[in-house]
Design a protein around this ligand. Structure first.
Ligand code: HEC
Ligand code: HEC
Length: 228
């Protein structure tokens, strides 16, 4: 009896969470019922557990043209900022995804060495900080604006890095990711993308708390992303 009462109280403490989930049924086919991702997806990213500020920025960017994907842009074209914030908060609160490692593409020893160096140490000669200097030592991101790099398909990571290089994807200024992507060669980006897709986060690992470390460069994504 007591356990039941507690469960009901907990359910009531989150008014609207289920209703929001129902309104987001259209998103489930590509992102999973609670944004956990679709098993075996070769491209679509998961949404669950990503920083709310980051998710909100991406939804705005699809709507307003800083990111370009025909399906995403069409879906959010008529949504106002208040609803986008609610969507972002809903997915951010879901348990983070722990995707099995990709095994689609074999890393040569040279690719592995390049990837591990760039992800964990960076390349001082090209003035490129380590990915982990902004995405965190565990690569699980930093609240409120930097997402995890683990749990994503290689094709998705590689395409996003290419989109930054080609000016198809823009983050809020200063766009530190555009600088990183433009400083690296496509072969480097490929190695890093495949390597990252083969890493697995500890179950339930969340983005590092806001302010818990200072990223290697100023990134507008952190400064513009307030709490949702
Ligand atoms: C037909 C498949 C499809 C549907 C339906 C869909 N998405 Fe997406 N979504 C994608 C793809 C593909 C991407 C990656 C786009 C790119 O390449 O930039 C994406 C990206 C996103 C991102 C950015 C994720 C990140 O890590 O940067 C968010 C947020 C998002 N979708 C939210 C939604 C929401 C909310 C809905 C429902 C209203 C939705 N999506 C419905 C396919 C879909
Ligand atoms: C100076 C800080 C910084 C460094 C260094 C950095 N990133 Fe990022 N990264 C960011 C920020 C900030 C974002 C969020 C951008 C936005 O709001 O769209 C991001 C987003 C991304 C995304 C998009 C993820 C998604 O779900 O769509 C990918 C992929 C990515 N970074 C890969 C990398 C890789 C690979 C490296 C190392 C080669 C790297 N980053 C180094 C700051 C950084």
């Amino acid at each position: 009896m007591f356990a039941l009462a507690v469960a009901c109280a907990a359910a009531h403490a989150q008014p609207g969470a289920d209703a929001i989930g129902e309104r987001l049924a259209a998103c489930a086919a590509c992102h999973g019922e609670h944004g956990e991702g679709v098993a075996g997806a070769a491209y679509q990213p998961h949404l669950a557990g990503k920083p709310a500020g980051y998710l909100y920025a991406q939804l705005r960017h699809f709507r307003d043209g800083q990111r370009n994907n025909a399906q995403m842009t069409w879906l959010v074209r008529n949504m106002d900022d208040a609803w986008l914030r609610e969507i972002a908060a809903y997915y951010a609160a879901q348990p983070p995804r722990t995707r099995p490692a990709d095994d689609g593409e074999t890393l040569t020893p040279a690719m592995r060495a390049t990837a591990e160096r760039l992800v964990l140490q960076g390349d001082p000669e090209r003035d490129v900080p380590a990915c982990s200097a902004c995405h965190g030592q565990a690569l699980t991101g930093l609240e409120p604006g930097i997402p995890a790099l683990v749990g994503l398909p290689a094709e998705y990571i590689y395409t996003q890095l290419g989109n930054w290089r080609n000016g198809v994807r823009h983050a809020d200024a200063p766009d530190c990711m555009a600088e990183v992507a433009r400083s690296l060669a496509p072969t480097d980006l490929r190695a890093v993308s495949v390597w990252l897709s083969q890493q697995v986060a500890a179950p339930g690992a969340r983005p590092a708390p806001a302010g818990s470390f200072t990223p290697a460069r100023a990134c507008g994504s952190l400064h513009h992303a307030g709490p949702p």
